[in-house]
Design a protein around this ligand. Sequence first.
Ligand code: ATP
Ligand code: LTN
Length: 335
Amino acid sequence: METQQKKTIFSGIQPSGTLTIGNYIGALRNWKLLEDEYHCIYCVVDEHALTVRQDPAKLRRRCAEVMALFMAVGLSPEKSVLFCQSHVPAHAELSWILNCYTYIGELQRMTQFKDKAAKHENNINAGLLTYPVLMAADILLYQADLVPIGADQKQHLELSRNLAIRFNNLYSDTFVVPDGYFPKVGARVMSLQEPSRKMSKSDPEDTYIAILDEPDVIARKFRRAVTDSEACVRFDPENKPGVSNLMSIYGAMTGETMEQIEAHFAGQGYGAFKSAVADACIAVLEPVQSEHKRLMADKAYLEQVMREGAERAAAIANRTLRKVHKKVGLAPYTL
Ligand code: ATP
Ligand code: LTN
């Protein structure tokens, strides 16, 4: 009876660094809002993180940390399936098969590939190129109807849709063609130091606010955030990207519209505004941080959640994978 009538949601976050308020506003917070209405499957995509060189001990710790954050923002392991990608081998397996239906040109066009290739000149590995195919496998395995993501992932989702359609056309209906689900505010939180780039957890520390940053660190990072010389809190992303980004963050945290924020801070300098942005973030993050601390102290519980999540996920994923094997003509087998 569980959730068959509900639509399915799938989304993932890489344990490639400490999660930022970009991940919180653009992804995690919305995941929670969808939990009651949909059958939700949320994944720590640790295999994706390998596309950039990771320290093994840190990667291992971050997987548990991200899983604890899922729950600290309020996701329930009973309502939703919470699991770690590498625990379900079907992801890597379907990814291989889908690779054989993806054109290299499609992958070379991806903005994220170009960005990451430029950032990691010495390690432009094949995984960096085929990253979106693994993402498509993540989504298609669960027959997800909707995929909540930030604006930066739009192009990858489009590829997932194209692969699903291509496969369905070749072999008859196999995959649900997924739609993206984008947040109304905060789909693209920008870097505090270079507001023309998105805030990213694998960038230098002073460019992002981590969900787990201490209050004094949050206040300091906002104080040092890039603004402009106009000294007027006005929303104008083109000419005032730094201030507009801070306004969007403040709006996402307090629910105030850009007009309300302009009125609220009229006649005040950036100093007062920045400390208000910091206070708003601290207030929202504080309960998440204390719950996270509590969960991280209970390793046995975290492991149990991951194990049970992986079992539930594998049952769904393997069903799709078997169907795919059959359709493409891989040798039949019985267990
Ligand atoms: P990395 O820097 O390692 O590439 P990331 O910080 O971009 O990572 P991901 O794990 O790739 O984060 O993304 C997880 C989710 O968070 C995705 O849905 C993504 O769209 C969203 N997200 C990431 N950064 C932002 C941002 N700056 N603003 C809004 N949403 C974001
Ligand atoms: N590529 C995504 C993370 C990700 C994802 C997914 C998101 C991997 N697999 C499946 C949604 C659905 C990113 O945010 N960089």
